[in-house]
Design a protein around this ligand. Structure first.
Ligand code: PLP
Length: 416
């Protein structure tokens, strides 16, 4: 009698579990359908490699040339006449690129250019690297919406927090993002921060004992040479109260060749080191990026990603879900999604805040917790990053709360 009852019980449990599993399958069907139309670097790799072959012939470059970051940097495409040989476009578009190029600098590494699907007019990589007439005609926005100029105690430092600060090591980037939020200081001229200014910044950190975390960025933190990085890390590592070093670099996305063995060896000698990079779309996550990120990971470097929410590129919950999943495949932990600020020349990329919140809502529960970054806005006047979240706490009673689950079920939760 007892045994029979237990058996029934087991059967009932099983039935309920099966029902729930079927229900869960329903919550992912729309995503699986959407994936058919989201290009990724992995599933486009054959096309990309064919393009790279073509580019190498055009540049008369050997495989070693192509795999050298110096070569990639030296051969950045900066002129419409060259661009049109590599990426088919009509004369109107070429004219617009020329026009915008007269106002804002542009430069694309052959590698990053090779990711673009020429049959896709709104290709997400193209939108990020090829100048658009929208930049030229942009009437909105400010040059410096964050008031960075007012948070710089010494030339190369931006300090907005008590325990951590930024040292800008250069204003150079491997590619000039069309959505760059630092357009004011980045891109028009390549300027590595002079050694004396770096020394001054190091001295500032040494003199301020509450600073335990330094972020080396720019521009792009990896656009300076390995010797300078080695020297800077040696200097910083000799400061007893400094607990960690971080880099901000988009090179794993735009010139993954930059992550060479020598750089990894230098970084591994100065752990703990963290690198935050800037992938915005799953098409950017390629086998070449994976190689760069795995190298960094093997060197002991912790990897994070800071995406920017960009209209037409990634303002879609499914694209963001896929991006963050692709990042985990290459050992990169999604860290932030930034709301795009009102920077002059970039306002065509701006979204409403609600879109970011909806993306967060459609990540939590729907995918791996590690794939969920924090959505942030930068407070005005350099007052820091502020997280914005969907609300899960519906109401509070005297000894209970009402919560909303990821599937939108309202539930009662004891709080005695
Ligand atoms: C973003 C930022 C940091 C780092 O902030 P975390 O939230 O710790 O990643 C530090 N200083 C400045 C000025 C920043 O803008």
């Amino acid at each position: 009698m007892e045994g029979e009852k237990k058996e029934m019980h087991e059967e009932e449990k099983k039935r309920i579990s099966m029902q729930r599993a079927a229900e869960l399958k329903d919550t992912i069907a729309d995503y699986q359908e959407a994936l058919k139309t989201i290009p990724t670097g992995f599933n486009n790799w054959e096309r990309i490699q064919a393009t790279q072959e073509r580019f190498r012939t055009f540049f008369k470059a050997s495989e070693d040339d192509w795999n050298s970051w110096r070569w990639q940097l030296k051969n950045r495409v900066t002129r419409p006449e060259v661009l049109k040989e590599l990426l088919p476009m009509d004369s109107k578009e070429l004219e617009e690129i020329t026009k915008t190029g007269s106002e804002y600098r542009w430069a694309v590494s052959p590698y990053y250019l090779s990711l673009i699907d020429p049959d896709e007019p709104d290709d997400p990589v193209k939108l990020q690297c090829i100048p658009s007439i929208h930049e030229y005609i942009d009437q909105g926005g400010y040059d410096d919406p964050m008031g960075e100029e007012f948070t710089s105690p010494v030339e190369a430092i931006t300090r907005r927090y008590a325990d951590r600060l930024i040292i800008k090591v250069t204003n150079q980037c491997a590619m000039y993002c069309r959505h760059c939020q630092r357009r004011r200081g980045i891109g028009e001229k390549d300027l590595a921060t002079p050694r004396e200014q770096l020394q001054e910044a190091v001295d500032y950190v040494r003199a301020n004992k509450e600073v335990r975390d330094v972020l080396l960025t720019g521009g792009d933190g990896f656009m300076i040479d390995n010797q300078t990085i080695s020297w800077l890390l040696d200097e910083l590592s000799s400061i007893p109260h400094l607990e960690m070093k971080r880099f901000g670099s988009r090179t794993p996305v735009t010139i993954p060749q930059r992550i060479d063995d020598e750089l990894c060896e230098i970084l591994s000698r100065h752990l703990p080191v963290y690198v935050n990079t800037h992938f915005n779309h799953p098409l950017e996550v390629t086998p070449a990026s994976r190689e760069a990120c795995f190298k960094l990971a093997r060197a002991g470097v912790g990897l994070g990603n800071q995406a920017v929410l960009l209209k037409g590129v990634n303002n879609d919950p499914f694209i963001m879900r896929k991006l963050n999943q692709e990042l985990l495949r290459i050992m990169v932990r999604p860290y932030y999604i930034f709301h795009a600020k009102a920077v002059k020349g970039t306002t065509h990329f701006r979204t409403k805040i609600e879109e970011g919140i909806e993306i967060m809502e459609k990540l939590r529960g729907f995918t791996t917790g590690l794939a969920i970054p924090t959505f942030v806005v930068n407070a005005p006047r350099g007052m820091g990053k502020i997280p914005l979240l969907p609300e899960y706490l519906v109401s509070m009673g005297k000894d209970y709360i009402k919560i909303r689950t990821w599937e939108n079920r309202i539930m009662h939760y004891d709080n005695k």
